[in-house]
Design a protein around this ligand. Structure first.
Ligand SMILES: [Zn+2]
Length: 334
């Protein structure tokens, strides 16, 4: 039923009318874009052709502006309400090899939020590791002692999904020390050699290194911070750890890339009152969360400006852009 409604809605071009009505500046975010072999393993990446269609649609019907211009208009309260800002989280190598060539060719500005420890060490992001081990191998059993998972069966897709959901929830909701332990446990299910071969066979999960990030910046992308390690800044994290992650990632980026890092995006969108304070105190001009809320100078905290996650295909993006953020909304205080 939903599919039929979606088909009718789009084939009658009704999104065209709603687009005229639901005007608001929007900040969108993707992660990676690549030539994908396995949707479950590479769930953070978009298919190249789908991404290109989405960009062409946005470029045709919206005003794509840089994050610097967005900040200026926010401060001046001078939005045309047709603005779209393109952002990419984590710092995947394909942002340099796939995203940048397409956007640069069209002179479209974009921002990449990177986690500096992953740039430094090449360590994959925690959920990428979980997906690789659970969906990308033929393991029949898996052990993750930190989560009291011992030799649990993952021999079919239902079992794999169940374990993945459990692990993903733990990775997103645990303190960073426990996240690191879970990651070590996950890797221990394979020999080092097998793990390295597995990583090599899925290049879309790779983060950039410093030289590659420097190239991306020199080509015109804005580089923002996404913490040092990819930690979620929720209430279960230690206060000082969050402070260090927010402050020091800025220091490291500025030293390595010789610029002023003005923008910060929360991994997984999680923030607290304290973390918002750290964003301000660290000297960022603006911080970004992940919420389907409207953007306006009077409603939003400058340390947690809402962003919309882009769905995987063009039709779903058209619907998101037509209906979200919803026009009726409650004012909120943070
Ligand atoms: Zn992230």
């Amino acid at each position: 039923m939903k599919k039929i409604l979606k088909f009718l809605f789009l084939s009658l071009n009704l999104d065209f009318f709603i687009r005229k009505f639901n005007k608001t500046p929007r900040i969108l975010f993707w992660h990676g874009v690549d030539f994908i072999k396995n949707n479950q393993v590479e769930a953070e990446s978009f298919h190249v052709e789908d991404f290109k269609k989405q960009i062409d649609f946005l470029n045709k019907y919206y005003e794509i502006i840089s994050i610097e211009e967005f900040y200026k208009r926010f401060i001046e309260d001078s939005f045309t309400k047709k603005e779209v800002v393109l952002t990419f989280d984590d710092g995947y190598l394909n942002n340099l090899t796939v995203v940048a060539p397409y956007l640069n060719e069209k002179n479209i500005p974009f921002t990449v939020f990177v986690s500096t420890e992953h740039i430094e060490t090449g360590e994959l992001f925690p959920t990428s590791i979980a997906r690789l081990i659970i969906f990308g191998t033929n393991l029949k059993e898996i052990s993750i002692p930190t989560l009291m998972i011992n030799e649990s069966k993952i021999s079919n897709s239902t079992e794999k999904k169940e374990i993945y959901n459990l692990v993903s929830f733990a990775l997103k909701n645990s303190p960073v020390d426990k996240v690191r332990d879970i990651v070590d446990d996950l890797k221990n299910n394979l020999t080092k050699k097998k793990y390295n071969l597995l990583v090599q066979s899925y290049s879309s999960v790779l983060p950039m290194n410093w030289e590659q990030l420097r190239q991306l910046k020199e080509q015109g992308a804005t580089i923002g911070s996404h913490c040092k390690y990819h930690i979620c800044c929720h209430k279960k994290q230690n206060y000082n750890v969050v402070k260090d992650q927010i402050q020091q990632s800025k220091v490291i980026l500025e030293k390595k890339l010789d610029y002023i890092c003005d923008f910060f995006a929360y991994p997984n969108g999680d923030y607290t009152l304290e973390s918002n304070k750290f964003v301000k105190e660290s000297g960022y001009k603006m911080g970004f969360s992940v919420e389907k809320k409207r953007i306006s100078k009077s409603l939003n905290n400058i340390s947690a400006i809402p962003r919309l996650g882009v769905p995987s295909d063009l039709d779903s993006l058209k619907l998101i852009m037509a209906f979200y953020p919803k026009v009726k909304f409650k004012a909120y205080n943070i």
